[in-house]
Design a binder for this molecule. Sequence first.
Ligand SMILES: NC(=O)c1ccc[n+]([C@@H]2O[C@H](COP(=O)([O-])OP(=O)(O)OC[C@H]3O[C@@H](n4cnc5c(N)ncnc54)[C@H](OP(=O)(O)O)[C@@H]3O)[C@@H](O)[C@H]2O)c1
Length: 332
Amino acid sequence: MTRTSVHLVNRPSGMVEPSDFEVREGDIPSPAEGEVLVKVSHISLDPAMRGWMNEGKSYIAPVGLGDVMRAGAVGEVLESGAAGFQKGDWVQGTLGVQTHALVKGNELTKVDTSSVPPERYLSALGMPGLTAYFGLLEVGALKEGETVVVSAASGAVGAIVCQIAKLKGARVVGLAGSEEKCAYLTDTLGIDAAINYKTENVTKAMAAACPKGVDVYFDNVGGEILEAAMSLLARHGRIVICGAISGYNDFGAIRGPRNYMNLLVQHGRMEGFVVFDYHDRYGEGVAQLAKWLSEGKIEAKEDVREGGVRRYVDTLNLLFSGENFGKLVLKA
Ligand SMILES: NC(=O)c1ccc[n+]([C@@H]2O[C@H](COP(=O)([O-])OP(=O)(O)OC[C@H]3O[C@@H](n4cnc5c(N)ncnc54)[C@H](OP(=O)(O)O)[C@@H]3O)[C@@H](O)[C@H]2O)c1
C-alpha cells in the first residue's frame, strides 16, 4: 500500500485547473511519539479552499506551493504514537487531500461513528453546521418573528441556517440555483418561500416574499443577490457576511454593493465572521446540532462523491457550478 497525496504546485487565476496540482505516491509513514497515522476516509470540499490557494493576507495562511492541499477530513487511526488514541479510533482534523495523514494527537478530535456516518462530522455536526449556528444566532442575532433571507440556501451551510431559522420562529426565504433545490427547500425543509435566482428577477421575487423587508440576510454568495437583499433591508436589519462564492474565481474588479447607504437609512449592520471565532464554543454548538438531528428537528444532506483524491479538482469545481446538492464530500 502507498500513500497518495495531492499537492498545490501553482496558484490558480480563475477556476482551479488539474494542472495546478500534482498527485504524488509515496511510502506510508510511521508515527513518531505524539503523532497518529490516520487512514483518511472522507474529505470535506469547501468553497474556502479556493481562497487558501491564493497568495496574500487572509484569515488563514495560504497553502504553500508544494504542500499537501489543506482539507478538513475524517478517518480511522491505523497506528498511534500519541496518548489517548488507538488503532480503530475515528478522528476528525485537518488531514489534507491525501489517503494517509500523519498528524499530532493534539490536533485531532475523536468522533463516534457508531450511530452517525463519518461524513456527518464534515456537515451538520462539523464546520458548516457550526458556521450556520453561530453565524445566524450570534452574528445575525435572529429574533422570533423576523424575516431571514438565505443565499446558497440548499448548500451545506445554507440548509442548516434555513432549518435553525424555522426552529426559531422566523419567516425564511431561500435562494438556490435550480427548481429541484427550490422544491427541496420548501417541500422538505419547510421554509416559507424559495427563489430560483437563475430564472427569476431576484429583487422582485425577494420583495414579494418579504413583505415586511429583510431583518437578517445570511450572505453566502455576495454580488447581485447581496445588493437585492440590501435594498430590502428592514429597520435595524443585519447582514451576515458568511461568504461570497460568486466572486471566488473572479480576479477582475468586483463591485461592492452600490446601495450600501441603505445601512445608514435603515440603521442596519453588516458584519463578517469566520467560524473559528467561536472555537471555544464548538462543544455547545455541536451538542445543540446533535440534539436537533436526533430529534428529527433538522436534517443533514451530504453529497458524497467517489473517485478518490485524484478526483479532487473536478469534484471541488462542482461547488462553483452549483452541481453539488448538499455538503460536498470526497471519499478518499
Ligand atoms: N465564514 C465562515 O466561517 C464560513 C464557513 C463555511 C463556509 N463559508 C461560506 O459559506 C458559503 C457556502 O459554503 P458551503 O460549504 O455551504 O457550500 P455549498 O452552499 O454547499 O455549495 C456552494 C453553492 O454555492 C452556490 N453558488 C455557486 N456559485 C454561485 C454564484 N455565482 N452565485 C450564487 N450562488 C452560487 C451553488 O448553489 P446554487 O445551485 O444554489 O447556485 C453551490 O452549490 C461559501 O461562501 C463559503 O465560503 C463561510
